[in-house]
Design a protein around this ligand. Structure first.
Ligand code: T46
Length: 139
């Protein structure tokens, strides 16, 4: 059963010109990549997320700006401040996420292992708790 988030270091190739990030499917992206999406041009005062996915694997990072990811999996809940392009967040399966304090210069880049599918979303927090509870019993 997948319900796990992990903070990971993202290596960059740095020189006097700045940083270069290279991402390769099944190498530093630990799954087959099918989709990339980017959240940007945030309007201040708005939060995003408020859902979990049933199966999706995602690698998330902020190449610019910062935001707070509140993530909750089967065993823990944590606020992760993504404020460096070298900080990544790997989310696998049923993890509730909320994005708060998204700075106006923030870009959130998401690598995902599946195409967009609204049926993979759990958008009700009580449904999320229920699904985790049911799955927990089967562990
Ligand atoms: C996630 C967080 C980090 C599409 O049509 N295709 C896509 O690939 C995506 C990701 C979204 N959409 C549509 C679905 C909604 O009508 O775009 C609209 C906004 O999506 P949503 O409200 O889900 O956006 P966020 O910022 O709350 O969540 C997004 C992702 O949906 C989600 O997978 O983990 O970013």
């Amino acid at each position: 059963m997948y319900s796990k988030f992990t903070e990971i270091d993202l290596n960059s190739i740095d020189d006097e010109r700045g940083k270069l990030f290279s991402f390769e499917s099944m190498k530093n992206i630990p799954f087959e990549l099918k989709r990339v999406y980017i959240l940007t041009s945030s309007n201040q005062g708005y939060s995003r997320g408020f859902h979990a996915h049933k199966k999706l694997k995602q690698l998330i990072f902020c190449p610019t700006g910062s935001c707070d990811f509140v993530v909750e999996d089967l065993s823990k809940k944590k606020t992760i401040h993504l404020n460096s392009p070298n900080k990544g967040l790997l989310i696998e399966g049923v993890v509730w996420r909320e994005m708060h304090n998204i700075s106006s210069d923030c870009s959130i880049v998401v690598f995902a292992d599946e195409y967009y599918d609204e049926d993979d979303y759990i958008r009700d927090y009580n449904d999320f708790l229920k699904i985790l509870g049911e799955r927990n019993e089967k562990k």
